[in-house]
Design a protein around this ligand. Structure first.
Ligand SMILES: *Cc1c(COP(=O)(O)O)cnc(C)c1O
Length: 384
């Protein structure tokens, strides 16, 4: 079986975790927590990073720090993982779904403005599969209507976006907040974990405070709480793993980039297989390398998925539109035709850092061979 996306654990993970165990610093007061946040700041070139127990908590914390709550509306895409949307409900606010674009498969910024009402408080662009939303025009809209921007950059750790002035920015660093996840299938993993980042020092401080029970320690050691806080802390054991993983991130991105160029080479020219487009102002890490299956491939997306998975090539359909799921069916939304089309055509192909050349060749060869089979069957059918 060629897995969809598995972690790569070949660095200092054992060493750092052992150190936590040997020194008894297993919980969230250990030094790896601070170190992980510092290293994350350095990597993203951002002012403040706050570790959390998972990516869902990071998004929730962003909304809570901004004071978003009942009656507030938050604009978010529908074709994303559910964790981009559930936190909006956790704080009592309402998601408003926006369509994606045909070529980037991420938020269609041109369709955002028409969804803004007097209740709109924030926008959550999601950098799905590693591509980056067109942030500059989105930030202009946010500024015009005084809205917060929380980037769900979970799938785009390492991706970059170039602003008009020619400067490259890491995904997640352009909004008021950016959020990341270190679940086992992401680019770097701590088993479970997340990070909230911001260039607003005050907001970062507030987020850290809320994430740790809104605790103030008096000089005599007693704790007081002026607000209702939360426990989103990450234990030192996991932060130690995060530090080790982050040491390898450049290697991981290199491997992903190599995977992408091989996929491109081998899949080029197969009728009905539509490769992802790359914009000049985005460096796309392709967290999951994905393609669309168009009509002229000869069989629909689900037909191909079934064959791939049966043949030991673990592949996955794109995210189902959330606006059509039970808890969200009544929510406000814009036109969703692109979301519906793309989510039913898309396939995520194996994308692990450890994927071998031969495996990519095998996967693409399979897709090509199956296409030939379909064409031949069709011809045979026509002759009869
Ligand atoms: C993985 C993921 C998250 C958060 O996941 P956790 O499992 O809570 O760490 C959020 N948004 C997107 C788009 C994701 O893919």
């Amino acid at each position: 079986m060629i897995p969809l996306c598995i972690p790569n654990i070949e660095g200092n993970e054992w060493k750092y975790i052992k150190e936590c165990l040997d020194t008894n610093w297993v919980s969230s007061a250990g030094s790896y927590v601070d170190l992980f946040e510092e290293r994350f700041n350095e990597y993203l070139k951002i002012e403040t990073s706050v570790v959390t127990m998972n990516g869902t908590a990071a998004i929730t914390l962003a909304l809570q720090t901004l004071g978003i709550g009942p009656r507030d509306e938050v604009i978010v895409p529908s074709m994303t993982f559910i964790a981009s949307v559930n936190p909006i409900k956790y704080v009592g606010a309402e998601p408003v779904f926006v369509d994606i674009t045909k070529d980037t498969w991420v938020m269609d910024v041109e369709k955002v403005e028409e969804l803004i009402t007097k209740n709109t408080k924030a926008i959550i662009p999601v950098h799905t599969y590693g591509n980056v939303v067109d942030m500059e025009p989105l930030l202009e809209i946010a500024k015009k209507y005084n809205l917060f921007v929380i980037e769900d950059a979970t799938e785009a750790l390492g991706s970059e976006y170039r602003t008009k002035n020619g400067v490259w920015h890491k995904a997640g660093t352009l909004g008021d907040f950016g959020t990341f996840s270190f679940n086992g299938n992401k680019l770097i993993t701590t088993g479970a974990g997340g990070m909230l980042v911001t260039n607003n020092g005050k907001a970062g401080e507030k987020a850290k405070y809320l994430s740790n029970q809104a605790k103030t320690i008096l000089s005599n050691g007693s704790m007081i709480h002026e607000e209702i806080g939360y426990n989103y802390r990450m234990p030192n054991l996991l932060a130690a793993m995060g530090v080790a993983q982050l040491e390898k991130i450049k290697e991981y991105i290199k491997a992903k980039t190599r995977n992408v160029s091989l996929y491109k080479e081998y899949l080029q020219g197969i009728e009905g297989i539509q490769l992802p487009t790359e914009k000049g102002n985005v460096k796309h890490v392709h967290w999951l390398y994905s393609v669309l299956i168009n009509k002229d491939y000869g069989i629909n997306r689900d037909g191909l998925l079934e064959r791939l998975n049966k043949s030991g090539i673990e592949s996955r359909p794109f995210f189902q539109p959330i606006h059509a799921m039970t808890p969200y069916m009544e929510c406000k939304k814009g036109r969703m035709e692109v979301t519906c089309e793309i989510s039913h055509k898309g396939v995520n192909l194996p994308s692990s850092v450890s994927l071998k050349n031969e495996e990519i060749e095998y996967i693409c060869g399979y897709i090509k061979k199956y296409k030939k089979e379909l064409v031949n069957n069709k011809k045979a059918g026509e002759k009869k």
